[in-house]
Design a protein around this ligand. Structure first.
Ligand code: TXA
Ligand code: MG
Length: 332
């Protein structure tokens, strides 16, 4: 088994578009030897391990404090490797892969038996995607193995959009951290069941339902994606979702009551500078900055973070999903 050097996290900076070959090679070797590598994808930073290596994947769960029934997404360097992890590649999967890979769409398919149960959370299916990030793809290609990678946060915390976030949550419990600056999208991939004839959305994300076209309605009360059962995306402060017109009045009332309040608001809202944590122009920018805003609010000692609601179309749907989960989790 891989022996990590005693408690010292190695953090290497690279270009997001043209990563240094020596750093990529180092990460590839670390993965092949059973180590854990924090690396950027186009959505959020991932915590990568060889998906075929049971011990290495077990370490991901330990390091994150992740419930063992919550399976991981397997990342490939190229769409033509799909057969390595999926037993049945449906026509729908082929169509979606051709349209959206490389990119932030995760397909759930019947799993190849050679994948260890720890990777798939004991399910017969596997979630798989080809990330659209030069660093992630180069590292996976160099490792030469499928790479299991959940978001690189402690379980329940906001996903990391910078290497600093990864270091803050996981510190020296991982073997290598590749820093390529902030991630471009800031919001996780969309998880879609592609076993049937129509995509069934398990988790809204960076590919919108509008982009997917026709999607299947989810079957009643069934919870198809294990991750949706768990506490998620929660900062250490309370989160409240507020309509933009009510933001300033609510912020003033809380501040008057002695509450340390922070606000995430549309740029055109005249939020007093002392209360503003972050501003955004549209849902895409809110998606990009939301998790960092959560962590910035914590660092500033904010007790209640007010976040402006956005319309639930396009990326707004996934953003509102994350905001609701954060609001529910923070309440307790
Ligand atoms: O953008 C992303 O998806 C990032 C980057 C690193 O790729 N990864 C990510 O992974 O967000 P994670 O582990 O934080 O979320 C994976 C989600 C969870 O909700 C999990 O339950 C779901 O995918 N999932 C994994 N395997 C599944 C399966 N076989 N069936 C249904 N849902 C699955
Ligand atoms: Mg996650």
């Amino acid at each position: 088994m891989y022996r990590p050097s005693a408690g010292s996290l190695e953090r290497l900076q690279v270009s997001a578009t043209d990563p240094d070959a020596a750093v990529v090679a180092r990460a590839g070797v670390t993965l092949r030897r059973g180590g854990l590598v924090g690396l950027p994808t186009e959505t959020v930073y991932g915590l990568a391990a060889n998906a075929w290596d049971e011990q290495a994947v077990r370490r991901i769960f330990e390091v994150k404090g992740r419930p063992p029934d919550n399976p991981l997404i397997v990342h490939l360097a190229s769409p033509d490797q799909l057969e390595l992890v999926a037993a049945t590649i449906t026509p729908l999967a082929k169509t979606l892969a051709a349209s959206f890979w490389p990119g932030p769409l995760t397909l759930v398919l019947e799993a190849q038996r050679c994948l260890p149960a720890v990777t798939t959370g004991g399910l017969s299916t596997v979630a798989v995607r080809v990330p659209d990030h030069a660093v992630a793809r180069a590292v996976i290609a160099t490792a030469g193995v499928p790479v299991a990678a959940p978001s690189a946060n402690r379980s329940g915390r906001p996903s990391p959009t910078t290497a600093e976030h990864v270091a803050a949550d996981l510190g020296d419990r991982i073997d290598l951290l590749i820093d390529a600056g902030p991630t471009g999208l800031g919001l996780e991939s969309t998880v879609v069941d592609a076993k049937g004839g129509t995509p069934l959305v398990y988790r809204d994300g960076a590919i919108t339902r509008e982009q997917l076209g026709v999607v299947a309605e989810s079957a009643g009360t069934q919870v198809p994606s294990p991750g949706t059962r768990h506490r998620h995306y929660a900062p250490r402060c309370a989160v409240q979702i507020v309509q933009p017109v009510d933001l300033i009045a609510r912020a003033d009332a809380l501040a008057d009551a002695g509450v340390r309040v922070g606000v995430v608001a549309p740029a055109q809202c005249a939020v007093p500078a002392a209360l503003s944590v972050a501003t955004f122009a549209d849902a895409a920018e809110l998606a990009r900055i939301l998790y960092a805003a959560f962590r910035d609010a914590e660092a500033a000692g904010v007790e209640v973070l007010l976040c402006a609601a956005v319309p639930e179309t396009g990326l707004g749907r996934a953003v509102m999903d994350r905001l609701r989960r954060a609001a529910a989790a923070a309440r307790g």
